[in-house]
Design a protein around this ligand. Structure first.
Ligand SMILES: Nc1ncnc2c1ncn2[C@@H]1O[C@H](COP(=O)(O)OP(=O)(O)OP(=O)(O)O)[C@@H](O)[C@H]1O
Ligand SMILES: [Mg+2]
Length: 259
C-alpha cells in the first residue's frame, strides 16, 4: 500500500507538516475495498455501539493527548465512511493551529472557514460550508489561523454554531488540536455528544495517559472510547495499518474499566 510510504516532512517545531501541506490520505475513499478502509468501517461500527449507551450522537470530537498521533487522518477517513453509509456528514476543521481539511479535500481555506464565521456576526453557516466531491460530505475548513483559537472555540457563537450544525446534519465531526498541548479541545468537549481519543502505538506514554484521564474528567468529556492507531506496525514488517477501536484501554474513566 502506498499511502504512508512517503517520508514524513517535519517543520521547525519537529512536528509532521505532511497532512497540513498534502492533506490526510483518504484511503477510505481511494481504496474502499482495502483492509485499511475496512478498519475505518470497524471503528465506525464500534463508535456506533458505544453511542447506543449515550443516546443519539450527532456531534463527535476526535482528539489525542499529543501531536501527530493520526487525528486528522482518522477524522477525515471516518467522515468518509460515515458519508458512504448514507449519513449526511459535516467535518469541521477546528484545529485552528495545524489545519488540514482544506488540503485533504482540495478546498478554500482562508476565505470561507470556521474563523471567518466566528469572527463575523453577519456570516451564516451557508457562507462557510463547502461541498466536497463526495456525496453526503461537507466541510468547514479552519479559515485563517487566528491569534486566539481557544477563545474563539469557547465562545457563545461557537456554541450556537454547534446547535445550528446539529440541526442541519446527521453527524458533525470535529478535528481538534492535541489536548495536552493547548486547551482548544478541552473547551469544545463539553459541547459534544461524544468524544473519541486517538492513542498512537509507541507515542502515548503512561504519564500522558494519566493526564488524559484527568483532563477528560475536568472537561466533562462524553467519552465513547479510544481509537488505537498503530503507526509502528509497518516497521514491524506487517502489511496492514492498525486502526482499531478499544474500550477500557488500560486506564479508568467513565464507562471504561480500570486496571
Ligand atoms: N496508521 C498510520 N500508519 C502510518 N502513518 C500514519 C498512520 N496514521 C497517521 N500517519 C501519518 O502520521 C502523520 C501525522 O498524522 P496526522 O496529521 O493525521 O496526525 P494529527 O494527530 O492530526 O497531527 P496534528 O497533531 O499535527 O494535528 C502523517 O504523516 C500521517 O500520514
Ligand atoms: Mg491534525
Amino acid at each position: 500500500m502506498s499511502f504512508f510510504n512517503k517520508r514524513t516532512k517535519t517543520g521547525k517545531d519537529g512536528l509532521s507538516v505532511d497532512t497540513m501541506t498534502n492533506g490526510a490520505r483518504l484511503i477510505a475513499a481511494a481504496e474502499p475495498k482495502s483492509p485499511v478502509a475496512e478498519q475505518f468501517r470497524t471503528v465506525r461500527t464500534n463508535i456506533d455501539f458505544a453511542a447506543v449507551a449515550k443516546g443519539e450522537i450527532k456531534t463527535l470530537l476526535i482528539s489525542s493527548a499529543l501531536p501527530s498521533e493520526g487525528k486528522s487522518t482518522i477524522t477525515s477517513n471516518l467522515a468518509v465512511v460515515y458519508a458512504q453509509q448514507g449519513k449526511k456528514v459535516l467535518l469541521v476543521d477546528a484545529d485552528l493551529r495545524r489545519p488540514t481539511a482544506a488540503a485533504t479535500f482540495d478546498l478554500k481555506r482562508n476565505s470561507a472557514g470556521l474563523t471567518n464565521y466566528l469572527g463575523d456576526n453577519q456570516k451564516d453557516i451557508v457562507d462557510v460550508i463547502q461541498h466536497t466531491a463526495m456525496e453526503n460530505l461537507d466541510i468547514i475548513t479552519s479559515g485563517p489561523i487566528p491569534p486566539n483559537p481557544a477563545e474563539l472555540l469557547g465562545s457563545g457563537r461557537m456554541t450556537d454554531l454547534v446547535t445550528k450544525l446539529k440541526a442541519a446534519y446527521d453527524l458533525v465531526i470535529f478535528d481538534v488540536p492535541p489536548f495536552l498541548m493547548v486547551t482548544d479541545a478541552q473547551v469544545l468537549m463539553a459541547k459534544m455528544d461524544g468524544v473519541a481519543i486517538v492513542v498512537s502505538g509507541g507515542k502515548t506514554n503512561k504519564g500522558a495517559l494519566k493526564r488524559t484521564n484527568e483532563i477528560l474528567q475536568i472537561a466533562e468529556a462524553p467519552l465513547l472510547g479510544f481509537i488505537y492507531n498503530d503507526k509502528n506496525r509497518k516497521k514491524k514488517g506487517n502489511s496492514g495499518y492498525g486502526y482499531g477501536y478499544g474500550y477500557g484501554y488500560g486506564y479508568g474513566y467513565g464507562d471504561t474499566k480500570s486496571n
